[in-house]
Design a protein around this ligand. Structure first.
Ligand SMILES: Cc1ncc(COP(=O)(O)O)c(C=O)c1O
Length: 462
């Protein structure tokens, strides 16, 4: 039996047999090529969200597909009792490309962050130091396991699963004073995203990250960057920390690393790696040959095909065109992000869900974050022409919804504000009162003053 091409049957099965934790759009994709997806009806979509920053090489990329297929023909899983050549090679590639000396592999972003949290604590445990607190930012997102839910600085993800895991402290993002105040002798680590992706694409300020690094060095605190979403070329550098010139002690990756095959990784230095001994941590599937073969193909392709240059070029085009749309339409409040991780925030006239649905109806996929922001995280191989296809669609929607800004501005200019009317009325009134005085029309003057009303401001004298 195959239900693959029957959307209503797929929906039925999902409703009846899958835990209902997602708000699904009424579509199922059966095929992809490059930056395009095809649904059960054969309809084509431009993917501007890339499986939420995962499908960095798009769909059915020949190098990735062939690496996965040939690996599957040999061996998919052995286990961590034995050496795994694909794992050793991927660890080497990651260390060569980053600050790190050692890598631990797992299967997702949350697991990579769990490993980071555990390492930060065990590092001090083995040093006989009572340091276990981890400071994270409000509005952060670090995953859905109990540890990473506790690390996530948003109550809505924690409430149903209370009690929260202890030992986490939350401070406002981009606020160095709050961070300094939150540090105690028990602080083991500061854990941050360099761009808060899930809460609206908010980048960290350069000075903030530099000041945090200084604080960590001074106080002997470990610095953890969660690069699950920003890593592997997404922001125009291999890793986002390279945009800041600040190295962490621990970094986590997932999403783009396998190009769609589940994999996570925690990277650290030799010094910090002493905090984990054999048996302290592990994962049945982590580092398996299939996922690591995918990871190797992704990293090799990014390097060989100069994909990071493409990220920078297309990003520049998108920010330029989005800036122009912002100048044209009042309703775009801000455009934020770096590389190909971009948030577009609208004012109250447009909801993120509404915009996502309109784009969807035009065959373009984005994600909606909160009430007012849509997020773009397209495959890193996207072309300028494809980026402009999105820009044109957005322009068309905004034209229909709001009309260009200059029409509004002209209207605004033509209609004086309340304050202007009052000022104008009182100056006209004063002039008129003077005139009434001159003419000796005292009764009319008294009436105007007691009524407190404007005296006919359409006056020929004006
Ligand atoms: C910054 C960040 N960390 C962690 C995670 C969790 O990753 P996963 O869903 O693979 O567990 C995400 C997922 O969106 C993320 O964006």
């Amino acid at each position: 039996m195959s239900i693959e091409n029957d959307l209503s049957l797929i929906q039925d099965y999902d409703k009846n047999y899958c835990l209902q934790v997602f708000n699904l759009l009424p579509v199922a994709f059966t095929k992809g090529k490059g930056c395009y997806l095809y649904d059960t009806e054969g309809r084509k979509y431009l993917d501007m969200i890339g499986g939420i920053a995962v499908n960095c090489l798009g769909y059915a990329h020949p190098k990735l597909t062939s690496a996965i297929c040939s690996q599957a023909k040999n061996i998919i899983h052995a286990c961590n009792y034995y050496y795994i050549p694909q794992k050793s090679e991927l660890a080497y590639r990651l260390c060569r490309a980053s600050f790190a000396d050692k890598v631990f592999f797992c299967n997702s972003g949350a697991e990579a962050n769990e490993a980071a949290i555990k390492l930060a604590r065990s590092y001090f445990y083995y040093k006989d130091l009572n340091k276990y607190e981890i400071i994270t930012a409000t509005m952060s997102f670090h995953g859905r396991t109990m540890g990473t839910v506790a690390a996530t600085g948003q109550e809505k993800f924690q409430m149903p699963f209370a009690p929260n895991l202890p030992g986490f402290v939350y401070v406002p993002y981009n606020d160095i004073d709050a961070m300094i105040k939150a540090v105690t002798p028990k602080t083991a680590a500061i854990m941050l995203e360099l761009i808060q992706g899930e809460s609206g694409v908010h980048p960290a300020d350069l000075e903030y990250i530099q000041a945090i690094k200084k604080l960590c060095v001074e106080k002997g605190i470990l610095l953890i960057f969660d690069e699950v979403q920003t890593g592997v070329g997404r922001t125009g550098k291999m890793f986002c920390y390279q945009n800041y010139g600040v190295q962490p002690d621990i970094m986590t990756l997932a999403k783009g690393l396998g190009g769609g095959v589940p994999i996570g990784a925690m990277l650290t230095t030799n010094a910090i790696a002493t905090g984990m001994k054999p048996g302290d941590h592990g994962s049945t599937f982590g580092g398996n040959p299939l996922a690591c073969a995918a990871g190797n193909a992704v990293l090799e392709t990014i390097e060989e095909d100069n994909i990071i240059d493409n990220v920078r070029e297309v990003s520049e085009e998108l920010f330029d065109k989005l800036g122009k749309l912002r100048a044209k339409y009042n309703c775009i409040r801000s455009v934020r992000g770096k590389g190909l991780l971009i948030g577009i925030e609208f004012d109250d006239t447009i909801t993120a869900q509404g915009m996502r649905e309109q784009l969807f109806s035009m065959g373009i996929l984005v994600s909606a974050i909160g009430k007012s922001t849509i997020r773009l995280a397209p495959p890193l191989i996207i072309t300028k022409a494809q980026a402009n296809q999105f820009i044109k669609a957005l322009d068309k929607i905004l034209k229909n919804v709001q009309g260009p800004k200059n029409v509004f501005d002209k209207l605004k200019d033509a209609i004086p504000s309340k304050k202007q009317i009052k000022e104008k009325a009182s100056s006209v009134n004063n002039a008129k009162i003077d005139k009434l005085d001159q003419l000796g029309l005292t009764a009319e003057k008294e009436k105007a003053l007691t009524d407190g009303k404007d005296i006919d401001i359409i006056d020929n004298d004006d």
